[in-house]
Design a protein around this ligand. Structure first.
Ligand code: FAD
Length: 399
């Protein structure tokens, strides 16, 4: 063991509490420091927790609590804008379904689980600097306070401050060329199939939708847009104005036209620019290391951001548990994680290109997809190694 007894975790989103719980299981005491003054109540839209993420949560005993708040997605249906299904992916045999979860709910459950296991979370602690010595590290916070431990773990998301402290030349997030929207369609006839996530490559833009247990329809869309807008900038535009644009964009699509027609301005969710993080050259320096979106944030198209963060959290804890010093542990962690997360990010970038493509490419997609489904896009090839990733907690990590 790297003789690590204590850890400071910066960021109390998803990776933060999972890392704290995994470290605790490894015998390391961790405290979470979150920049926001309170928990993530009501913040964020929905995200997917895939079978690989759920299995990571099983290791820290949080899988059942998370399962209880998720909507199981048992099938993915790809369709073109005329409403014609061009491919279906059922869940893989022997694997649990992916879960669709409100991010704020996931945060709430993970924080509750962490508190029940003695992890303390300090709010209003925005890290602004660090001081490292041969034996420890001290984080400095914007409120003038500081905290010390053996290692510091940056779980502070796609705009990570810790990433910049590790390497001031580190890349930041890049705009995907797509703005994100979502909403609930009220009072429409049933749209979609229960338990299915539908992905529609429409005439002008992409749209995903699913049916809630009460029969109402939820949707999310990606609108190609030349310039990035933060969520705040996008929300400064009146919702009614965005709705008008979205209705025009989706008016010829099935069921996009109906979904947008039944969404009111009050039910429109505006999330701003879609972002992707290019490969981060340095994941660690001295006693600092990154986990989750701070190190690897694939586009939301992957449906893997949260699940990869959970996997990385568990693997980092195993490395710190088993290896003789911090440097060896961080190197082993990077070796275990980098190839997998960079492959997922590259695949998601290709999906984004398809979403932003023009009408000709969209027509080709619609034509070729059914053929591809019979050959190389089989569910096993698409999701086997992605969703089937399992971590053996008891296996000892070697350098
Ligand atoms: C407000 C918000 C809303 C989101 N909504 C969605 C969504 O609707 N759909 C989706 O798929 N993904 C969403 N995400 C991203 C999603 O949570 C992540 O992709 C994924 O779950 C990995 O989690 P993470 O813990 O690595 O990063 P995040 O979930 O981004 O958590 C990072 C945490 O670090 C904190 N932090 C940042 N800087 C500092 C600092 N300097 N000091 C201390 N703390 C800091 C942040 O406040 C945040 O709580 C959202 C993230 C945030 C922060």
């Amino acid at each position: 063991m790297a003789n690590i007894k204590t850890a400071l975790i910066i960021g109390g989103g998803i990776a933060g509490p999972v890392t704290a719980l995994a470290l605790r299981k490894a015998g390391i005491e961790a405290t979470v420091h979150e920049a926001y003054p309170s928990s993530a109540q009501g913040v964020g839209g929905t995200l997917m927790v895939a079978p690989n993420g759920l299995d990571a949560l099983r290791i820290i005993g949080a899988d059942e609590a998370v399962r209880a708040i998720g909507l199981p997605i048992t099938r993915m249906v790809m369709a073109n804008g005329r409403g014609k299904s061009v491919g279906e992916f059922p869940g893989l045999p022997g694997m649990p379904p992916s879960l669709l979860i409100w991010r704020s709910e996931l945060c709430r459950v993970l924080h509750r689980h962490a508190a029940a296991h003695g992890v303390s979370v300090e709010y209003g602690k925005r890290v602004i600097g660090v001081d490292q010595t041969a034996t420890g590290i001290t984080a400095r916070f914007s409120d003038g306070s500081n905290a010390s431990a053996d290692v510091l773990i940056g779980a502070d998301g796609i705009r990570s401050a810790v990433r910049m402290l590790i390497d001031p030349q580190a890349p930041g997030p890049q705009y995907t060329g797509l703005l994100g929207f979502g909403g609930r369609a009220m009072g429409s006839d049933a749209i979609g199939r229960p338990g299915a996530m539908h992905f529609v490559h429409g005439k002008h833009a992409f749209l995903g939708h699913w049916m809630e247990p009460d029969g109402s329809a939820m949707w999310f869309g990606n609108l190609p847009h030349p310039t990035p807008l933060t969520a705040a900038e996008a929300r400064a535009v009146p919702a009614a104005q965005w709705l008008e644009t979205l209705r025009e964009v989706y008016r010829y699509d099935v069921p996009g036209g109906a979904l947008l027609a039944h969404t009111s301005p009050e039910q429109l969710l505006v999330t701003g620019a879609g972002e992707i993080l290019p490969p981060v050259p340095r994941w660690h320096r001295g006693r600092m290391v990154l986990v989750g979106d701070a190190a690897h944030a694939p586009s939301s198209s992957s449906g893997q951001g949260a699940s990869l963060a959970m996997e990385s959290a568990i693997q980092l804890a195993r490395c710190l548990r088993d290896l003789p010093d911090v440097a060896t542990a961080f190197l082993a962690y990077e070796r275990l994680r980098r190839p997998r997360v960079e492959k997922v990010a590259a695949d998601a970038a290709r999906t984004n290109n398809r979403k932003a493509s023009g009408p000709v490419a969209k027509a080709m997609f619609s034509l070729l997809m059914p053929i591809a489904m019979k050959t190389f896009f089989t569910p096993e090839k698409m999701f086997g190694s992605l969703h089937g990733y399992r971590i053996d907690w008891d296996d000892v990590v070697t350098a």
